[in-house]
Design a protein around this ligand. Structure first.
Ligand code: ADP
Ligand code: NI
Length: 217
């Protein structure tokens, strides 16, 4: 099978494998990550575009947040799919390695970060920030029935909030990019999130000016 036909098969698989995921992890997330990753590859001029495209399309298919009990076979399904369509073993191994380490929640890194890994990870992280990142965060928070925001007075509730997720993850991502292209793209997306948070606090505490320290670095 030629590379274009392989990509078509993988697209079909990725679409059908993510139908039950929240809208922040659906096909359109995979499509945006693929576009971002290929854009970064083009400017950085590093890494193999075929591996990057496969890994971008498959990177969330095995996400533990959506895996049903007893349905842990996505890794095997990906291996079978790629070898059935004739992808070389070396490429399958690289795609698996990228999928294994890409998650923000995984503290491990592969021993040697390949350009393909760095680029797909940057693309995934870029899609978690900016306007799309804001939309995805609130969508995910709703999916988990988290609070939008838990103000100081309410902290005893101990309920997770989506605003807190900005401080725990989203505002940190701009300094975690692997490539210069992604670091530059992240700056504008970071600014959009800061502006959003400032407006959020202005409206939440209206008519007072928010007086607690909001660290929007
Ligand atoms: P990764 O795929 O790198 O492990 P996640 O799956 O944790 O990253 O995050 C993917 C998306 O889900 C991001 O847009 C992220 O903001 C959102 N998300 C994850 N955890 C939360 C949370 N607790 N509250 C709001 N959004 C979240
Ligand atoms: Ni992702």
């Amino acid at each position: 099978m030629n590379r274009d036909s392989i990509i078509k098969k993988v697209e079909e698989f990725a679409k059908s494998a993510t139908t039950e995921f929240d809208s922040g992890h659906d096909w359109w997330h995979l499509e945006r990550v693929r576009k971002l990753a290929l854009y970064i590859q083009n400017l950085e001029n590093q890494g193999d575009r075929f591996i990057i495209e496969l890994a971008a399309l498959l990177h969330d298919v095995n996400d533990s947040k959506f895996r049903k009990p007893g349905n842990s076979e996505a890794g095997t399904i990906i291996n079978d799919l790629l070898s059935d369509v004739g992808v070389e073993r070396k490429i399958i191994e690289e795609v698996n390695k990228i999928n294994k380490y890409i998650s923000f929640s995984t503290s491990e890194s592969p021993d040697n970060k390949s350009f393909e890994f760095m680029i797909v990870q940057d693309a995934d992280r870029l899609d978690a920030i900016g306007a799309i990142g804001i939309a995805r965060a609130f969508n995910y928070g709703g999916f988990k029935n988290n609070a939008i925001f838990v103000p100081e007075l309410d902290k005893t509730q101990n309920r997770p909030s989506t605003i807190l997720h900005f401080y725990e993850k989203l505002l940190l991502l701009k300094d975690m990019m692997n490539t210069q292209t992604a670091s530059l793209l992240a700056l504008e997306r970071h600014r959009v999130m800061k502006e959003f948070l400032q407006n959020f606090y202005n409206e939440w505490y209206f008519p007072a000016k928010p007086d607690h320290s909001i660290n929007l670095s």
